[in-house]
Design a protein around this ligand. Structure first.
Ligand code: NIG
Ligand code: FE
Length: 397
C-alpha cells in the first residue's frame, strides 16, 4: 500500500459525496501525504493543485469489506448443487465436506498459487471501489497451513489493503477436540499473532463449542489480537455475549442472537457484521436487525466471500441484499460498508472522507439516466465499477 500521496491532488466535480457520515453536494477533496487534507464545497476548494475532474460523479470513501475468506483454492460448486437439492450446510460440514473440502484443496496449493488466486480476487474487488479487504485464515486447520494462508493474504495486498485475521474455523474430522484446542491456543496463536490483526472463531454446530471458543478468543486477546467471532449463525450458542464481554470489535452473522447477546454487544460497543450473502445462500432467516438497531449496536455489512456459504464478491451488491433481506435503509447500508466496517476491523482511519482520515476514495458514474445520488449504488444490484480509485492518496484505478 502506497504510503504517501505526493504531490497533493484535488479531486473536484463530485456532484454527491457520501463522507461515511454525511452527504455533501458539489464537493471536492484534497488528498495529500496519504491522507484527506481537505474536504468541502468545490467553490471553496484551494486552487493551484493538480486536479482530477469527477465530471458530476458520486464519491464514496474507499469501501471496506470487513469479513471475507478470500484466500482459498478449489471449488465448492458441488456443495451448491447439493444444498439446492435439500442437504443443509451443517450436514455437509459434519460429513467431512464443506469447509473440510476447501481445506484439502487449499493444502494442495503452494504459497505462490494461493497468493495469486487471492490477488486476482482482490483486483476485481478494487475495481468496484473496495480498497480494504479483511481476509481470514481458516482453511489450514494446522499451524503451518494457517500461517501460510496469512502470508498468502499479505502477499496479495497492494494496491488493495489487506487486513489479516487468524480464524479457528473447525475441527478436523476424527481429531481429539481438547488436544486440537490446546494446539490452537499453545501453538497457532503465538506463531500466527505477528501475521494477524485479530483472532476469530467459528462457534457453532460442526465447529467449536462455547467453552472451546472462549479459550481460543482469550488466548488471542492475550497475544494482543482484536477479538471477533462467527456468532449465532446456524445455532444459538451464547458466543456473541461472551465475545462482547471480552471486548470484541465485532460479532458476525447473528441470525440466532438473543436479547442478552444484543444487550452485551451494545454495552461493549461491538459492531454487528451482517452477512446477507450467507443468509441468502443458506436460505436462512435474517438476524434481528430491529433489536440491534434499537439497542444502538453499529451495523456493518460484508460479503463473507468464500467458496461455500457465500460465493459473493460484490460489496455494493451485499449492501443491496442487506436492504432487501434484512431491512437496512440505503443510508444505513452505505455506513455499513464504510465507517462501521472500518470500526469492525479496528481501523477508524478508514471508511470516511474527513480531514485526517486515510486517503481512500472511490468515484462512480451513476447508472445511465439516474441522478448522482449515492443511494442508487445500493438500489441497483451490484456490478458498479469505479472509474477512479485512490488508496492512501495514490490513484490506483
Ligand atoms: O462465514 N460459517 C462459517 N464459516 C464461513 C463459511 C466458510 C465456508 O463455508 O467455507 C462463513 O459463512
Ligand atoms: Fe465467515
Amino acid at each position: 500500500v502506497p504510503a504517501t500521496g505526493d504531490p497533493p491532488v484535488l479531486v473536484r466535480g463530485i456532484a454527491a459525496l457520501w463522507t461515511g457520515r454525511a452527504l455533501l453536494r458539489d464537493a471536492a477533496v484534497v488528498l495529500a501525504s496519504g491522507r484527506v487534507a481537505w474536504v468541502g464545497r468545490e467553490a471553496d476548494a484551494p486552487g493551484d493543485l493538480p486536479a482530477l475532474d469527477g465530471g458530476g460523479c458520486i464519491g464514496l470513501p474507499g469501501l471496506v469489506d470487513c469479513h471475507t475468506h478470500a484466500c482459498f483454492a478449489g471449488s465448492r460448486v458441488d456443495d451448491f448443487a447439493r444444498r439446492l437439492a435439500g442437504a443443509t450446510y451443517a450436514e455437509i460440514l459434519e460429513a467431512g465436506g464443506g469447509i473440510h473440502h476447501t481445506v484439502r484443496e487449499t493444502a494442495r496449493a503452494d504459497l505462490g498459487t494461493l497468493a495469486g488466486l487471492t490477488r486476482a480476487r482482490l483486483a476485481g474487488m478494487l475495481a468496484g471501489g473496495v480498497t480494504t479487504v479483511e481476509i481470514k485464515s481458516g482453511y489450514g486447520l494446522a499451524l503451518e497451513p494457517e500461517r501460510r494462508m496469512l502470508q498468502a493474504a499479505a502477499l496479495a495486498g497492494g494496491p488493495a489493503r489487506v487486513v489479516p485475521t487468524l480464524l479457528a474455523h473447525t475441527i478436523p474430522v476424527g481429531r481429539d477436540r481438547a488436544r486440537f484446542v490446546d494446539e490452537v491456543v499453545d501453538d497457532w496463536v503465538p506463531a500466527c499473532a505477528p501475521f494477524a490483526r485479530a483472532i476469530d472463531v467459528y462457534c457453532d454446530r460442526g465447529a467449536f463449542s462455547l467453552a472451546e471458543a472462549a479459550r481460543i478468543l482469550a488466548a488471542g486477546r492475550a497475544a494482543g489480537l482484536a477479538v471477533r467471532a462467527h456468532a449465532e449463525q446456524v445455532t444459538h450458542t451464547g458466543i456473541a455475549a461472551l465475545a462482547a464481554s471480552l471486548g470484541a470489535s465485532s460479532c458476525d452473522h447473528l441470525e440466532r442472537i438473543d436479547g442478552d447477546g444484543v444487550a452485551t454487544m451494545a454495552r461493549a460497543g461491538t459492531v454487528a457484521v451482517l452477512l446477507p450473502g450467507a443468509m441468502l445462500y443458506l436460505r436462512d432467516a435474517p438476524p434481528p436487525v430491529g433489536a440491534l438497531r434499537a439497542a444502538g449496536v453499529p451495523l456493518a455489512v460484508a460479503t463473507d466471500f468464500n467458496p461455500g456459504s457465500s460465493p459473493v464478491r460484490d460489496l455494493l451488491a451485499s449492501a443491496t441484499l442487506a436492504c432487501l433481506g434484512m431491512g437496512l435503509s440505503p443510508e444505513e447500508a452505505l455506513a455499513a460498508i464504510t465507517v462501521n466496517a472500518a470500526r469492525a476491523i479496528g481501523r477508524p482511519d478508514l471508511g470516511r472522507v474527513e480531514v485526517g482520515a486515510t486517503g481512500d476514495l472511490a468515484l462512480y458514474l451513476p447508472p445511465p439516466g439516474e441522478p448522482a445520488d449515492p443511494r442508487v449504488l445500493v438500489q441497483y444490484l451490484g456490478g458498479h465499477r469505479a472509474f477512479a480509485v485512490f488508496v492512501a492518496g495514490e490513484r490506483v484505478v
